[in-house]
Ligand binder design. Structure first.
Ligand code: UD1
Length: 362
């Protein structure tokens, strides 16, 4: 099993744990090193009860080409030294596509957890990673019905496609009771909105980021914001000279990135989530916290159909209106997919064992 970046760990853990229980299956955990800060990586492994990786490729940060190429080359060397019967990848980060490519070229079948999601936006690096990873995978584990349709449209043989539910939600369900009991990691007013922002399309342009900040400051007048800042966003805020203004704003509480349990607690107890993340749209839906997604599209349409999410893009006026709209909805009415039941990892493991017993295949 390959992991590399923050959003991988909670998707991989339930599959890893379910496979550990399957007799006769030998497992290795490989970390590409795409994320390396303690709070972006190791703290997640520890909290989720994943063992220390057997191998860390140590690729670190870089341009897309460089980062992807480093994983491709180093993972290929690893596979040549330690051949595997199957490589399991999760999500849509650069490590996912690179590991899948190295594997399939060495005739090692790939299983993709969280397959089939499509935003339709080919300017989004993750979309390219998803399309390519799915096209190389022998086993495609899908979280929501739209994924099955997307894969059928792309001509993927339906015998490879398994609608198993959402392994990230397995992790959420495992930790929800702990999270509800545990005090919040920082002091906050009783009603707050949780912010996460890191997409290049939102944080790499000064003008776009300025507009988003203006909308945030207005929302903060009535609903104070809690904002754990991603390392790349902090760098951009500093570069554009916005950091001090945000830090000194009376309605904004800035924080460093949190570990899994603390962040889930902050989501669970928030009145609203403002985000450009993918997974958080799903986590908030299950926790019944309304979401405003600062993107023009989502690869997770089930969160919109379920009533828990709205798309605004970076336009300040749309963000303000979106926040107002979502604050008016009743979270009890949100619809959550049936297969998001905490058992997805078990279903993935059963399929994988069957596949291996049948002799695999590309
Ligand atoms: C990656 C994923 C994105 C995911 C996000 C979650 C891709 C294409 N993108 O984006 O899908 O939502 O992870 O965080 O794979 N940095 C650190 N410490 C770290 C990691 C990153 O300081 O541990 C900084 C570095 O300046 C780095 C920048 O963040 O250049 C971006 O990191 P990178 O892994 O390239 O992409 P993310 O923006 O984190």
């Amino acid at each position: 099993m390959v992991v590399g970046a923050r959003p991988n760990f909670m998707k991989a853990a339930p599959v890893f744990h379910a496979l550990e229980k399957c007799e006769g299956t030998e497992l290795s955990l490989l970390h590409t090193g795409q994320h390396y800060d303690r709070m972006m990586s190791d703290s997640f492994l520890e909290e989720l009860g994943l063992r220390a990786p057997d191998v860390n490729l140590g690729v670190g940060s870089g341009s897309h080409g460089k980062q992807t190429a480093e994983v491709l080359s180093k993972f290929e060397s690893y596979l040549l030294e330690s051949p595997q019967d199957l490589v399991i990848v999760a999500g849509d980060v650069n490590s996912t596509v690179a590991a899948a490519l190295a594997s399939v070229k060495l005739h090692t079948p790939v299983a993709h957890v969280e397959s089939g999601l499509r935003s339709g936006d080919r300017r989004m690096p993750e979309e390219i990673n998803r399309i390519l990873t799915d096209s190389m995978s022998a086993m495609l584990f899908v979280t929501e019905p739209s994924g099955v349709k997307n894969l059928a449209r792309e001509g993927v043989d339906s015998s490879r496609v398994h609608l198993v539910g959402n392994t990230m939600i397995d992790t959420l369900k495992r930790f929800e009771p702990v999270v509800r009991e545990k005090p919040l990691p920082i002091e906050l007013p009783s009603k707050y909105a949780l912010v996460t922002l890191h997409r290049p399309s939102n944080v790499d342009s000064q003008e776009t980021l300025r507009g988003i900040l203006d909308a945030f400051f207005e929302i903060a007048e009535t609903t104070p914001l809690c904002w754990p800042v991603h390392p790349r966003t902090r760098k951009q805020l500093e570069t554009f000279g916005f950091w001090e203004e945000v830090e000194n704003h009376p309605g904004v509480v800035l924080a460093p990135p949190f570990g899994y349990v603390d962040f889930l607690g902050l989501t669970a107890k928030a009145r609203l989530v403002l985000t450009d993340s993918g997974g958080i749209q799903e986590e908030a839906l299950v926790l019944r916290v309304p979401v405003v997604t600062l993107r023009e599209n989502t690869e997770r349409p089930v969160t919109i159909d379920g009533g828990g999410n709205i798309l605004t893009g970076p336009d300040p006026e749309k963000i303000r209106a979106g926040a107002k709209e979502m604050l008016s909805r009743d979270p009890a009415s949100f619809q959550i997919p049936e297969t998001w039941d905490g058992q997805a990892g078990e279903r993935v493991a059963r399929e994988i064992v069957e596949f291996l017993q049948a002799g695999g295949g590309l």
